[in-house]
Design a protein around this ligand. Sequence first.
Ligand SMILES: Cc1cc2nc3c(=O)[nH]c(=O)nc-3n(C[C@H](O)[C@H](O)[C@H](O)COP(=O)(O)OP(=O)(O)OC[C@H]3O[C@@H](n4cnc5c(N)ncnc54)[C@H](O)[C@@H]3O)c2cc1C
Length: 381
Amino acid sequence: MDVELPAQVRRWKDRMHRFVAEELMPLEPDLPPFANRLPAEDIAALVRRMKDAGLWALAVPREFGGGGLGWVGLCALREALGHTTLCSLGKLLGAEPPVLLYDAGEDLRARYLLPTIAGERYGCFALTEPEAGSDAANLSLSAVPDGTGHYLLNGRKVFSSHADEADYALVFGVVPQGPGQAGGITLFLVDRGTPGFHWVRRIETMGGDRPSELVFENCRVPDANRLGATGKAFDLAQRWFACDRIALQPPIALGAAARSLALAQAAGVAPALELGRLALGLHAARAMLYHAAAKADRGEDVRHDASLVKATATSAALEAVERAMAWFGPRGYSRALPLERYYRDLRRFPIAAGTYEIQQFVVARGLLRGYAGLDRMAAPL
Ligand SMILES: Cc1cc2nc3c(=O)[nH]c(=O)nc-3n(C[C@H](O)[C@H](O)[C@H](O)COP(=O)(O)OP(=O)(O)OC[C@H]3O[C@@H](n4cnc5c(N)ncnc54)[C@H](O)[C@@H]3O)c2cc1C
């Protein structure tokens, strides 16, 4: 891989930086401290301006009407977006590529994929349950065929980000195995407003992301809304995790860390040696990030890389933000600077989409089972 970003990606990254500086940063003081939403009309205006600036759906494949910038492009855009604390605004995340829907059939493409890419519909991811998250094999939400071409969903989901504003949920449910009938964990698209689909509450957190609890009570979902084959939800989920662990969380974290260190440097509060140590970690994480993104663009398996990148980048970034906050003393802790907000918001990254420990576990499993080797991991780009 060229160590430089491709020229086209650099141009779009610069444009995103300008959009962030001109359109988003001025709104930072308006963002409530424990929420990542602005009034609906402000968000709608931002989405319009993002589209006018050509910054919408840039990383979505061309066949779906996107800009085709790919993973490297998506990482670069999101690194720029990380320079504002508005980086986690739910509806702006509509600009994220809905990778889970890429292989959907014609009907689901028309009803979900294309409207999502256009920013007209918006989905949330509902995997975690009170007794199952890291151990996803423990899922208990049941999805039982009722003999009329529908499934009856019963169970509870927790920590579903942005479910309070989503138009539909991607729900993981367990289909029982019957005689001559496949079973296992299966993915369903469930529209908000479907009878039996209850949004229960927001879960208060230390950051802006206040995920939701959802309950499904005899919620009848047509077979046409099953995404992928019965029992194959995790094949699809792997794709989502790879995207989240490489292109969604790490670049935002690295952008936030870069801004935090730059603020400290500009204010003259950054101790040189510690600044250097943190910069080393961030630089290494960035190199890993673009290495993984380039592999993904070549269509290679990046599950192993995804865990390496997520664990390395999010922890290096969180440490940098925390140190910058410390160097500023009480000002760093105050809301006068974006650091306390970054610190609270970034803290979710070593938890959501697989904890730090789970990423280590995935890396170890890859090595022990021979899916990946230390020599291959160190192979030249
Ligand atoms: C802000 C936020 C947003 C989220 N958004 C979503 C979302 O949109 N959709 C969704 O489905 N979920 C979401 N989640 C849930 C998140 O993905 C899970 O909480 C996470 O994967 C951990 O799973 P768990 O809840 O089962 O925790 P647990 O597995 O119970 O974790 C508790 C501790 O045990 C450790 N642990 C668990 N298993 C092992 C092991 N085998 N080896 C070593 N240590 C282990 C964990 O690392 C952790 O430190 C979100 C969570 C947060 C905090």
